[in-house]
Write a protein that binds this ligand. Structure first.
Ligand code: NAI
Length: 326
């Protein structure tokens, strides 16, 4: 099976080279470009494509893939909002993903964002390097006894609940699909109204697009902390800017951004960023942005490569696909 792996990054190649060693019939070509309407022509002579979060796998791309004889799309991530699943089904292309590789990796990154924003360790690091030991401006707050609201409590949300319970936080959860657990299940409105910190862990779909907008901010406590490590378009970025300016939003931690496909995973340090919304967001002193690195641990990369190769080999052998997206 010949596989075109798009959006390839140097850091993931060794993990895939090691994983693919166990499968003599799988042959991976690493392609640094992302998959989209312009690059899909590179897929001629391949049996499968392997894509990541910001590859564009819309109906147009899928039609071309089908015409070239591609039979499998292997997502090397959990979310699949960038793939037109209906079109893939119509064109008889199987879509597989890695449903869970390390929920703890994302949950721990979420905590890193919370603690950095609260305790301002990023500012302290720079100050101390310049022999500035002044504490003014570094005042933080305890997570102990705070109310933390989690929107969407699947694998990552549950991992976060465990950590937050260790901190002694009061954990509220809004998730229409889960039962009782070591948290208090509440409506979205109650979660928005009562939380000191809100963290998003639901998938992006037509129901959750801009789940946090102007109306949602209006229901929150003044000075709330908001963390999004899920998908950028869960948040209305312009509403975030307005809420930061009015001080309703006291802290914002983002690992994802609505228009991230233009920016993330590449070095733009020699360029002028054209996205004014993004530039405004990062200009606030109480906003911390990381470039979609929640998943980025050694353990997670190993698991992603292993499961992706298992998925591809199962597709090659036409075995039942346990990780198929249907
Ligand atoms: P999951 O499928 O285990 O859990 C998602 C939960 O959201 C489910 O319990 C579901 O019932 C709930 N949900 C669905 N619709 C909802 C709604 N309208 N309101 C509230 N809850 C709703 O997914 P998992 O593994 O926990 O991942 C969550 C998201 O995290 C993924 O969809 C992905 O977008 C993102 N992610 C981000 C990563 C990063 O590196 N920053 C890495 C991996 C995932």
């Amino acid at each position: 099976m010949r596989i075109a792996l798009f959006s390839s990054q140097n850091y993931e190649v060794p993990f895939f080279e090691q994983a693919v060693n166990s499968y003599s019939e799988l042959e991976i070509s690493f392609i640094s470009e992302s998959l989209n309407e312009k690059t899909v022509s590179l897929c001629q002579h391949y049996d499968a494509v392997c894509v990541f979060v910001n590859d564009t796998v819309n109906a147009q791309v899928i039609d071309k893939l089908a015409d070239y004889g591609v039979k499998t799309i292997a997502l090397r991530c959990a979310g699949f909002n960038n793939v037109d699943i209906q079109q893939a089904k119509q064109r008889d292309i199987k879509v597989v993903r890695v449903p869970a590789y390390s929920p703890e990796a994302v949950a721990e990154h979420c905590i890193a964002l919370m603690l950095t924003l609260s305790r301002k360790t990023h500012k302290a690091y720079n100050r101390v390097r310049e022999d500035n030991f002044d504490l003014n401006g570094l005042l933080g707050f305890n997570i102990y006894n705070k109310t933390v609201g989690i929107i969407g409590c699947g694998k990552i949300g549950q991992a976060l609940v465990s950590i937050l319970n260790g901190f002694g936080a009061n954990v509220l959860v809004y998730d229409p699909n889960i039962g009782e657990g070591p948290y208090t299940l509440v409506s979205l409105d109650i979660l928005l109204a009562q939380s000191d910190i809100i963290s998003l862990h639901c998938p992006l779909n037509e129901y959750t697009h801009h789940i946090i907008d102007d109306a949602a901010f209006a229901k929150m406590k003044a000075g709330v902390m908001l963390i999004n490590t899920s998908r950028g378009a869960l948040l209305d970025s312009k509403a975030c800017i307005a809420a930061l300016k009015s001080k309703r939003l006291g802290y914002l931690g983002l690992d994802v951004y609505e228009q991230e496909s233009e920016l993330f995973f590449k070095n733009h340090s020699e360029e002028i960023i054209q996205d004014d919304v993004f530039s405004r967001l990062v200009s606030f002193p109480n906003v911390l942005v990381t470039g979609h690195q929640g998943f980025f641990t050694k353990e997670a990369l190993k698991q992603i490569a292993t499961i992706t190769c298992e998925n591809l080999d199962a597709a090659r052998l036409e075995k039942p696909l346990i990780n198929q997206v249907v």
